[in-house]
Design a protein around this ligand. Sequence first.
Ligand code: B4P
Length: 189
Amino acid sequence: MLIVFIGPPGSGKGTQARRLLDYLHIPHFSTGELLREARASGSSLGQMAAQYMDQGRLVPDALVLAMVDEKLRAPQYAKGCLFDGFPRTVPQARAFDESLAKRGTPLARVLELKADNDELIARMLRRASAERRTDDNPQTISHRMEVYRQQTEPLLDYYRFRGILTPIDAMGTPDEVFERIKAAVNKTP
Ligand code: B4P
């Protein structure tokens, strides 16, 4: 089963992906985590990506797609996967579709996590003090929200049109949100 999580920063993509992978026993593929790992490794990709991430901008499609293409060749992703934070733009979604068509593995479901702006900001500010992520500061957070509206929200129509988009209320505790996600996944053919 191939599942995609789409949602604004702070909506719980990473949080819920970790729960769902334990439930479905499929691997987790987070472009945010891969980019943070690339950055920590000091690779040229990581250094380039860091400049965008620290400003709250999306890493350019060509860089992300090259990284995804290489990583997705690993056999562990052949049967099923939970994509968290990818695709994030319409060009990424189109390239992703082409690659899935070649593999003969269509997307089963796209889950859209929805939460109020004030709650999203509060969550990221709490994470800022706990984890010290370089992109969790008030200025960058507000830019990331704007980038989501401009560059990622158009993807919702792309998947809604195909009948595979399910909105999930991401307000409430992580356990409450996870119950809604499980219900949506269990209805997926
Ligand atoms: P991501 O790593 O995807 O980060 P994010 O959008 O902030 O979401 P994340 O998954 O980390 O947070 P979550 O909502 O779970 O991306 C970071 C950056 O990488 C992007 O800005 C971009 O620059 C780059 N990037 C990544 N993918 C890319 C792509 N495909 N193309 C281009 N660039 C890309 O949780 C946030 C906090 O809320 C946590 O502390 C969590 O504990 C808390 N929380 C979650 N659910 C909660 C709940 N129900 N109640 C209370 N707190 C909750």
